[in-house]
Design a protein around this ligand. Structure first.
Ligand code: NAD
Ligand code: WQD
Length: 354
């Protein structure tokens, strides 16, 4: 392909995951041919059956593989004429990363370099990369723009920042590359059909799926980690971005790969902060009953406030989130109600044979 043409076949790494599965629907809905690779280390293949059901179209091919397996990855590029890659596959749990730093660097950094090598060998030079607001560390209060210095405070965040630096260096030295790096704040919510959502293994680390499991009765109450932060209600503030807005930004990003080579970095957020108590109140309204909670100690490593200044992406691409916290809670609640035990028990989509 020429560097200025819009991609039509997109390889989605981590396509069975929370954000990746919603992205697959968004891309299928917009006519893309979608190829998925995932090792299901934090997801299940059943998700992809649901993706196809929502989209009314098949995913082009699905490969169960670890992105660090260069030979397996290379075989996928041999088989498909990939125009661009959207790279979601990574480990993402901050707490776990402090206990398993080597695993996080290996998967997140090693996985990204293995992918880059396979792309390079196959002449694929267009990438949309999932980064994270966690690279900013404790930079608040106030909306953070992309010029905020990176100060990662845990191996997960450091792994994302290392990837960003690798990608920036590759783009600087190899002018054929276009990399769009998206730093998400707190993606949450679910597909409006209720068929796709966030289904973490074990006890959810993140607030929104935890609140949803309390609402459905799987857990007794929410533990609010700290009510003594310097915020209006004392609880910590984050920028919750609906997952559908998140993936729509990726679809828009694919259109903008054609803008020219180099690396561009954008925050993805609403630009508005919500406290833990705001989330509990909004979810209570969504599910029609009060969510029980109790105040607990602060979670080590948490910061008082992380809110995006997301004006750069709006200026560059005209992309803005269109959903608010009430929409996010309503959709998360619908998914939780329709899938009280997550994806367990739903039909599995067969993998494509490599
Ligand atoms: P997720 O865990 O639901 O999805 C990641 C997917 O990648 C999973 O399906 C997992 O099985 C797969 N995967 C992991 N390691 C792999 C490997 N070695 N080979 C192949 N597949 C592998 O996570 P998510 O919430 O969908 O996050 C997607 C991306 O967005 C990640 O890169 C994450 O770091 C980033 N991100 C997420 C958030 C968030 O709050 N969810 C915020 C900022 C950035
Ligand atoms: C939100 C707020 C908690 C659970 C994480 C990653 C970040 C990014 C987004 C990947 C905090 C509070 C939580 C609970 C609570 N992911 N909380 N009780 O920590 O802002 O960000 O996800 O890149 O890197 O760190 O999200 O959902 O865990 O927490 O009170 O049971 O809810 O203290 O203030 P976080 P979260």
């Amino acid at each position: 392909m020429t560097p200025t043409s819009a991609p039509s076949t997109v390889l989605v790494t981590g396509g069975a995951g929370f954000i990746g599965s919603h992205a697959c629907v968004e891309l299928l809905d917009h006519g893309y041919e979608v190829i998925v690779v995932d090792d299901y280390s934090n997801s299940t293949p059943q998700v992809l059956t649901r993706v196809e059901r929502i989209a009314g179209r098949f995913v082009g091919a699905v490969y169960e593989l670890d992105i660090r397996d260069r030979h397996a990855l290379s075989a996928v590029f041999d088989r498909h004429s990939v125009d661009a890659v959207v790279h979601f596959a990574a480990h993402k749990a901050v707490g776990e990363s402090t206990r398993m730093p080597v695993e996080y660097y290996d998967t997140n950094v090693g996985g990204t370099t293995a992918l880059l090598r396979a792309m390079h060998e196959h002449g694929v030079h267009q990438l949309v990369f999932s980064s994270s607001c966690s690279i900013y560390g404790d930079a608040g209060p106030g909306p953070l723009d992309e010029a905020t210095p990176a100060r990662p405070t845990n191996p997960y965040a450091a792994s994302k920042w290392i990837c960003e630096q690798i990608l920036a260096d590759v783009c600087q030295r190899c002018p054929e590359y276009t990399v769009l790096c998206l730093r998400y704040f707190n993606p949450a919510g679910a597909h409006p059909s209720g068929l796709l959502g966030e289904d973490p293994y074990g006890t959810p680390d993140n607030l929104m799926p935890y609140v949803a499991q309390v609402a459905i009765g799987r857990r007794k109450r929410v533990h609010v980690f700290g009510a003594d932060y310097p915020t209006p209600d004392g609880t910590a503030i984050r920028d919750y971005l609906h997952v559908m807005d998140t993936v729509e930004a990726h679809r828009v990003a694919l259109d903008h790969l054609a803008d020219g080579p180099g690396m561009r970095v954008y925050n993805l957020g609403v630009g508005k902060g919500s406290s833990v108590l705001d989330v509990i109140t909004a979810f209570s309204e969504a599910c029609g009953r009060p969510i029980p909670y109790e105040v607990a100690a602060r979670r080590p490593g948490d910061v008082a406030e992380l809110v995006a200044d997301a004006t750069a992406v709006a200026r560059a691409w005209g992309w803005r989130p269109i959903r608010d916290l009430a929409d996010t809670c309503r959709d998360a609640w619908r998914f939780q109600q329709l899938n009280p035990h997550g994806y367990a028990g739903s039909a599995r989509r067969p993998n494509t044979k490599a």
